[in-house]
Design a protein around this ligand. Structure first.
Ligand code: NDP
Ligand code: 5RP
Length: 506
């Protein structure tokens, strides 16, 4: 008789192979398929290496018909293929191979959320498309990712035990990750970083914003690195030490931890720090861009995230920058003594903390507005909890965000949570000095600066948009509201008339 596996799995690349091994560690059997024969062999070999004398946990399948025959019904099929067309190709091919209407197909890729909404409707009645956005890279996939499931709520009941088993876990009280990186010995206790997000599209939206935050988080760490390198003249080892020290405090996070590690790594060919031989042109697959676009569409300003996308774009204009560097002059930083260096580092630490808070404030605000517009009932404490472990933006800081939303689920903006009000108050002088110092020395800090401008705008009851409204009315009769009249009453000035009469517009 054909062996019946618990799950059919399609796409055995970086994420897929590791998700399969993670599922196997939690007792699931898997029928595995990829277009690439070598990837099927690879996952079977990995299973052989890791399972010891136990029975094989994975069945390699060479066609989708074989995959369906080896998967127990009703089928649970998980996809880890590139976002976009491949998802549709696999879905169409699965139907041709005999997928039944009671099957659930789970897309775990970085799919654009609107594609998920459209696909869910398109395949209705043929099978159920469910989505679960995954974060954590290959190590996360292997030993515990953060999972953002969304779609049909009934299917979530079926999937919950699987996702809760393989997700990253945290200590419920402290929010600290509970980790094991030993194959066959997964963490089985603690609070899983997986919770139902909402209807189709909601999970992919939250993952998209996670990635937008990831872009800004990475960029602001790079800004701190550049200031230390180019203003303080510090070596990679020294900067790595600073990041390692920061990782012991409130900036503790996966991205700071890996940055410390990266800066200490030497290139085997030249013996130089590895970052010094890596080309300064950033790649991107699009999720940060999607977040920036969505923030403009939704009307939730995310300038820090947008700046991080622009920074990647500017970095990739290498030839133009090299040419410009020969003609455009800037200031030459002066050498710093040890005391000045220590001061610069302390100021940067606080700038990074405050800027980081603004990035998260923007990201969560975006999810709030998008959620309201889409009719998703997003639970922000639960989303912050998911981000506490497993994902790329995991950080000690997420526990404070969780607590802020637990105190007030309707919080307008993280910046006004009492804990964060205090945190910024303590650090903002250093934040300002850090940015001023970078500007004086000609070092760009787009995310630090955009975050400060966001903070300074958000905290102001009065901004200069009064003049802007007058300008709009002057050239285009776009009307304005008056401070001394009810909102919703619009006025216009006859700017081209000598008497400049003001009229109320009906
Ligand atoms: N890498 C990461 O850190 C993260 C990635 N993601 C997302 O997860 C998804 C997978 O990413 P990743 O593992 O990095 O990508 P990979 O390219 O490493 O793996 C994708 C795999 O899917 C296979 N594939 C493509 N089309 C088909 C098909 N029609 N039928 C069967 N197999 C197919 C590919 O085969 P072949 O190579 O032969 O085309 C490849 O082996 C993507 O959506 C990605 O955005 C999400 C979080 C983190
Ligand atoms: O989703 C991820 C992590 O959360 C992926 O690593 C993502 O592809 C990274 O994005 P980019 O390639 O644009 O830097």
């Amino acid at each position: 008789m054909t062996q019946q596996c618990d799950i059919g799995f399609i796409g055995l690349g970086v994420m897929g192979k590791n998700l399969v091994m993670n599922l196997a560690d939690h007792g699931y059997t898997i029928a595995a398929f990829d277009l690439d024969q070598d990837k099927i062999e690879g996952v079977l070999k990995q299973d052989e290496l890791e399972r010891g004398d136990k029975a094989p946990r994975i069945v390699g399948c060479h066609t989708l018909e074989e995959l369906l025959a080896h998967s127990a019904q009703p089928h649970l099929i998980i996809l880890s293929v590139p976002a976009g067309k491949p998802v549709d190709i696999v879905c169409e091919n699965l139907m041709k191979a005999g997928l039944k209407t009671d099957a659930v197909v789970v897309d775990t890729g970085n799919t654009l959320w609107t594609d998920t909404v459209e696909r869910t409707a398109k395949y209705e009645g043929q099978f159920t498309l469910f989505s679960t956005a995954v974060s954590g890279g290959e190590v996360g996939a292997r030993f515990g990712p953060a999972l953002m499931p969304s779609g049909d709520a009934e299917q979530w009941q079926r999937l919950a035990p699987v996702w809760e088993a393989i997700a990253a876990k945290v200590d419920a009280k402290t929010g600290k990750p509970l980790e094991s990186f030993v194959p066959g010995q997964p963490v089985t206790e603690g609070e899983p970083c997986a919770a139902y997000i909402g209807p189709a599209g909601a999970g992919h939206y939250v993952k998209m914003v996670h990635n937008g935050i990831e872009y800004a988080d990475m960029q602001q760490i790079c800004e701190a690195y550049q200031v230390m390198r180019d203003v303080a003249g510090m070596s990679c080892d020294e900067i790595g030490d600073v990041f390692a020290e920061w990782n012991q405090g409130p900036l503790n996070s996966y991205l700071i931890e890996i940055s410390a590690d990266i800066l200490k790594q030497k290139d085997p060919a030249t013996g130089k720090p590895v970052v010094d031989v890596i080309q300064d042109t950033a790649g991107q697959k699009g999720t940060g861009l999607w977040t920036a676009i969505s923030s403009l569409e939704v009307g939730s300003p995310n300038p820090s995230i947008a700046q991080s996308v622009f920074a990647r774009a500017l970095s990739s204009m290498k030839q133009e920058r090299v040419a410009a560097s020969k003609v455009l002059k800037g200031p030459q930083p002066e050498a710093l003594n040890e005391e000045q260096k220590a001061q610069l580092i302390a100021q940067l630490h606080d700038a990074l903390y405050c800027s980081k808070l603004c990035v998260y404030a923007q990201g969560f605000h975006l999810m709030k507005l998008a959620g309201e517009q889409q009719g998703w009932d997003l639970d922000f404490a639960s989303i912050a909890k998911i981000f506490r472990a497993g994902c790329i933006i995991r950080a000690i800081f997420l526990q404070s965000i969780t607590e802020a939303f637990e105190r007030n689920g309707e919080l307008a903006n993280l910046l006004v949570d009492p804990f964060f009000v205090e945190q910024i108050e303590e650090r903002q002088t250093n934040w300002r000095k850090s940015i001023a110092n970078a500007i004086i020395n000609g070092i760009p800090t787009p995310v630090f600066s955009a975050s400060l401008a966001y903070y300074d705008t958000y905290r102001n009851a009065v901004v200069p948009a009064n003049l802007l409204q007058a300008q709009r009315d002057f050239f285009g009769a776009h009307t304005f509201e008056r401070v001394d009249q009810p909102a919703g009453e619009f006025y216009h000035i006859e700017w081209s008339q000598p008497e400049r009469q003001q009229v109320r517009v009906k």
